[in-house]
Design a protein around this ligand. Sequence first.
Ligand SMILES: Cc1cc2nc3c(=O)[nH]c(=O)nc-3n(C[C@H](O)[C@H](O)[C@H](O)COP(=O)(O)OP(=O)(O)OC[C@H]3O[C@@H](n4cnc5c(N)ncnc54)[C@H](O)[C@@H]3O)c2cc1C
Length: 469
Amino acid sequence: MKCSLVWFRFDLRLADNPALTAAVERGEPVIPVFVWSPAEEGKWVAGAASRWWLHQSLQSLDAGLRRCGSRLIVRREPTLKTLRELIVRTRADAVFWNRRYEPAIVSRDQTIQKKLQDSGVTVHTFNTALLFEPDTIRTTAGKPFQVFTPFWRTCLKSREPAAPLPAPRRLQGPKRWPVSVPVTALELEPEIDWAGGLRTAWRPGEPGARAALRRFINDGLCGYAADRDRPDVAGTSRLSPHLHFGEIGPRQVWDAMRSGVAGPYLRQLGWREFAHHLLVHFPQTPDQPLRPEYDRFPWRDDGKLLGVWQRGRTGYPIVDAGMRELWTTGWMHNRVRMIVGSFLVKDLLIPWQRGAKWFWDTLVDADLANNTLGWQWTAGCGADAAPFFRLFNPVGQGERFDPEGAYVRRWVPELAEVPARWIHRPWQAPVTVLRDAGIVLGKDYPKPIVDHAAARERALRAFGRMRKR
Ligand SMILES: Cc1cc2nc3c(=O)[nH]c(=O)nc-3n(C[C@H](O)[C@H](O)[C@H](O)COP(=O)(O)OP(=O)(O)OC[C@H]3O[C@@H](n4cnc5c(N)ncnc54)[C@H](O)[C@@H]3O)c2cc1C
């Protein structure tokens, strides 16, 4: 009897999974496979927080498959070798997968596809990670977009995304299952258990993703346009890690939100599409600025200051709150990502690539397309980016978007008793205010590591030097 392999990657779900549905529709037994082969991911192999998430998500996928009478075959070997061995053992004659868009993965997948086809196996690949295939959206001149608004307008004018597919109810398995290793054998979880904060904050897996979407539609969607920039309220969907690992697909989100009020939210999904469009058409950008003149920027690659930023000890409360939220939960609010990013790149003049790497290791939603866009946008060197000379003032941003200081109080508890008026600039508070709040600056909480006004002038001078070179 013939059978089909479904190779799971960043599509760790049963619903709206076109590769799985197509394999089921073929009517032969289906063998779901996951292969962990980090060496093939190039230099952007999953960081520590992403590995923690992947471990939980694979267990959840296996449980979902078992409810349908199937199971996940897990392997830890080079992918092509593993797929070939499984094809021989199970007599599979077709392999199904959903496409990924990271440059190293695209070229790895093309090689695998060719080698399998050369050996007589049929390969079927699908898009399920994006609403619009990056290659189908072009300017009128046939070029890739570099500005978001016309990109998104063109997407919205093109074909409506297809309705999501239902999850299969039953999956026909083979008579004899091939050998699998337990998920624990992939050694994705940390040896020293630092993941308590992640466990408290998240429920990885398809059921957790569906619950997060439902919660957001019921409680958050109506207020999204007003609240999405406020880190002190739960105003965003927190779907990013679920979307990254494909526990829910953008078509499912799109389909669930077809009301007028969803426009601002769907626009954010548009930024996700734009990020992937850029990654596909400018594959060098995870490491190099899209605007090449930024290669000449006089950065100051200071490891000590980088460490201070990473630990959330800069003396700027909104920056430190963000960095500590990231360390504890593996996530940071978008507005705060922009503030901490601007601080690193413009106040400290540390190359944006150092920030991108730190985020890559610590974010549960670390995503090559979105992270690259976010950092290049912040540094001013990417597509449709904030101009370099527009620097975020960490005090002004804190006072505007966290007016009562609730976000800072939560993540920087040393400052919990500081009144709202001073919480974003405690170094300017009268001595008596600090004393009443139980704070000695420089001891309980650091003094600012740079003076923002002076740093701003220095950054603008550096920008001017780059333009003259
Ligand atoms: C420096 C920097 C680094 C970033 N790194 C990442 C990253 O590694 N992974 C990641 O998913 N996002 C990244 N972002 C984008 C954004 O911060 C997160 O997607 C968002 O905070 C996730 O929270 P949410 O799901 O509640 O977002 P919501 O506001 O609920 O948005 C819904 C979804 O839209 C997408 N989205 C929202 N904003 C953006 C954006 N600016 N760019 C691309 N997609 C967006 C995400 O998939 C998100 O889940 C980064 C932003 C910056 C400024």
